[in-house]
Write a protein that binds this ligand. Structure first.
Ligand SMILES: O=C(O)CCC(=O)C(=O)O
Length: 311
């Protein structure tokens, strides 16, 4: 699979992440201590990129401070409390959740269109730079955001899926997801689970959101080894996964909420594979073959601009 995904070649990921920082590392004016710190950062970044290429996901990674998490949590709570009022401006509210909120996880797309804090989040450089490094691209485009909110003792699950199975109307495959936790999450509260190496599997069918957790298992490749790992994550930390990586999450059996704000991105050159209708509800129609552009899909990281800014 990796051969097919130009933007996720292990070698280019590694080189790009090194190139992006070498300028200041190599400077003759930099102190020994600063060089050591930079070398440690480079080593850490290198190993994140290697792990991402090997496993198809990395994390947990520290992203937001306690104060910042509080702000995002409050924003999500505001939108969740008033979903009906915001419904028209959101891209999508999961229909099964609307019909059966006691059984299905609260899930919606497009929160950045209704709340300024969520709009700021999608451009947070702690998220966007790492996504660009992991994907091995110089310019990163915002695709859309999502919220998954599980109340305490809620039986909803997020069935195993590969994100790209919902995104085949854009190509080539050069997409990445940041799943940012707004509450501490562990196995009891239904933290995210991943199947390491599944980003090399073929694309599996997309199943309805209210399917049982394990519904995908009957569609797995014959030689696939389905050995999921659960990744407990603290509030303010995030995991990052490739768009082919199989992931899902179980019920929240704990006494507290388990909410995630999710940001999805793509390389800046990704194009529309099927222009028969708008890519998302309410966005202008883009022709087949056109680069995915427009105010809904801004460039959120540009390596040249970032290094000029730092110089
Ligand atoms: O947070 C979850 O339970 C599911 C998240 C998910 O599917 C994603 O981040 O792509």
């Amino acid at each position: 699979m990796l051969g097919r995904m130009d933007c996720n070649d292990t070698q280019s990921v590694r080189l790009l992440s090194l190139d992006s920082s070498l300028g200041s590392f190599a400077s003759p004016h930099t102190s020994v201590a600063a060089n050591d710190a930079m070398a440690r950062r480079l080593g850490a970044m290198d190993s994140l990129c290697e792990r991402f290429a090997r496993d198809g996901f990395v994390g947990p990674v520290d992203v937001l401070s306690d104060g910042e998490v509080e702000e995002v949590r409050a924003a999500v709570a505001e939108v969740v409390q008033d979903l009906d009022r915001h419904r028209d401006r959101l891209y999508e509210v999961e229909q099964a959740f609307t019909d059966r909120p006691d059984e299905v996880v609260c899930h919606f797309l497009g929160g950045f269109r209704v709340h300024e804090t969520l709009r700021k989040l999608i451009a947070n450089e702690r998220i966007t730079k790492l996504c660009a490094d992991l994907l091995g691209v110089d310019r990163l485009r915002f695709w859309h955001d999502q919220v998954f909110a599980k109340p305490p003792h809620h039986r909803g699950v997020v069935p195993w899926h590969q994100d790209y199975s919902y995104w085949t109307r854009t190509e080539p495959v050069c997409h990445i997801t940041c799943n940012l936790l707004l509450d501490d999450s562990d196995e009891q509260s239904g933290c995210l689970q991943f199947v390491p190496g599944s980003h090399r599997w073929p694309l599996l069918p997309s199943l309805p959101f209210d399917s049982p957790l394990d519904a995908i298992r009957e569609h797995l490749p014959a030689d696939a080894s389905f050995e999921p790992v659960a990744v407990p994550v603290r509030a303010g930390q995030a995991t990052f996964h490739h768009s082919y990586t199989l992931h899902g999450s179980d019920q929240n059996r704990s006494d507290h909420w388990r909410r995630a704000a999710v940001c999805n991105y793509m390389g800046a050159d990704v194009r529309v594979a099927d222009g028969s209708k708008p890519l998302l509800r309410g966005v202008p129609l883009l022709a087949t073959g056109a680069v995915v552009t427009g105010e809904n899909f801004p460039i959120v990281f540009d390596r040249d601009r970032a290094s000029r800014h730092r110089a």
